[in-house]
Design a protein around this ligand. Sequence first.
Ligand code: HEM
Length: 506
Amino acid sequence: MLLLLFVAVPVLWVLLFRYRRRRMYELASKIPDGGLELPVIGAAHKFIGTTEDIMSSLKEFSYCAMNNGGLIRGWLGHILYFVATDPVDLEMVLKTCLEKDDLHRFLRNIIGYGGIFAPVPIWRPRRKILLPAFSPKIVDSFVPVFVDQSRKLAEKLEERAGENKFSAWPFISSYTLDSVCETALGVKINAQGNDKSPFLVELNSILQLACERIFHLWLQPDWLYKLFPQHKKHEHSVKALHSFTNDVIEMKRKEIQKEKDAQVEADHQYDLSNYSTKTFLDLLIHFSGGEKGYSNLELREEILTLTIAATDTSATAVGYTLKMLAKYPDIQQKVLQELDEVFGDSDRLFEKEDLMKLKYLERVVKETLRLFPPVPFIIRKVEEEVSLPSGRVLPAGSGVVVTIWGAHRDPHYWGPDAEQFDPDRFLPERFDLKHPCSYMPFSNGPRNCVGYQYALMSIKIALTSVLRSCRVVPDMEPSATPQIRVKLDIMMKAVDGYEIALERRK
Ligand code: HEM
């Protein structure tokens, strides 16, 4: 009798579970699966291994979706995911499924409810406050910071000119971190001058730990994680990052109070011309309503979110571009020629107006972001059933992997040479974007990247500074299709740490 109970209860439970989800099973069965699905675990075995293996599986799924009308399904145990590549369907997903996937919860104890992964009711008002801080006028005001920091980057890299190949990652990511800390917090942390800079060390450590947790199931439950040594390191890094940001916020509050005490009321009017010296922290305090606006906790969440969203993304873009220039020396030559036309032999500082003149460099960056998007996948939750324009239906309770990687390489939208590196496909006379979601390194829809102008500016200024003093030593790719081993470390990064060799130009 007892044995019967032991068998009957679980069986009944499973039957009830499946009955409640019958609509999900019915809709899922109409979509092709993405390859070998095993009983119980589904496609979970495809996500075992290194972060390079995981990236390879997701690429495989993307190609499989492209060959199956832009949509396939895959079960991870009892959780249903779709992998989508068709831009028309993607537009609908990005517009209607605004909630982020639960995997992001491992970043939550760092950035709390900072905009990027926050639940919709929290994200919506925060996005409204954040958007004006990214107006073109404000972003333009950051040019001097990028110029100053990128000159340091160029100097550091020039010291390595003439040596064998080395990893450019520590140099580039310190550049982006220095720039972000200066524009967001108004603090010069000097990561470029000191690779032991506490903020740099703790930020790298926390991102690595979060990534490890996302991909290792046994590290996911909180109670189990506490038993691993990583938990202690994690707590230590979170504490250090929080206390640093808290201190900066408190200092800023005091500074504002001091200014207020010293000024007459009229000076406190909303005045755009003042923004030339403002940081994101100043702007968020201002746009959220000053003293009655964001609390210190909310400010910390938003500022740390910006720091994480801005640092590695822009750095990977610079790294991939340098690798492309090594692989295609003729393309590099055209970039250098354009730089010579704009700057000649002079050592003059970069000016905002130069950005407009560097049209070829811009095409090279855009094409690099097409083939190597720093954020190759976005995962959204399907909270209510979604009917896609293609006629397929996504059931409530599933998740969708929006594959930017796939959309960017779909021959249907990019032609038979979709995998080839050809910056001139972005020439105005050739560029014919068949659908806005066929090119979206910065995503699309209401939750797209707010920092895309900031990012493009920072990337172009960094590349200009480096390439005015050094050329990348050719490491030629035998075909027009670039091959770089990539891994999924929250962002998509090169396995070799962006190894390049440099030689001085002058
Ligand atoms: C090459 C560099 C960058 C790339 C490729 C990139 C890409 C992205 C993508 C794909 C998303 C959207 C995710 C989604 O739709 O679910 C996103 C969101 C976001 N990005 Fe970026 N990003 C870059 C640089 C930056 C920079 C420099 C900043 C800030 C200074 C920034 C701030 C943000 C924020 C705040 C969000 C969240 C927007 C929201 O949910 O409302 N990003 N980024």
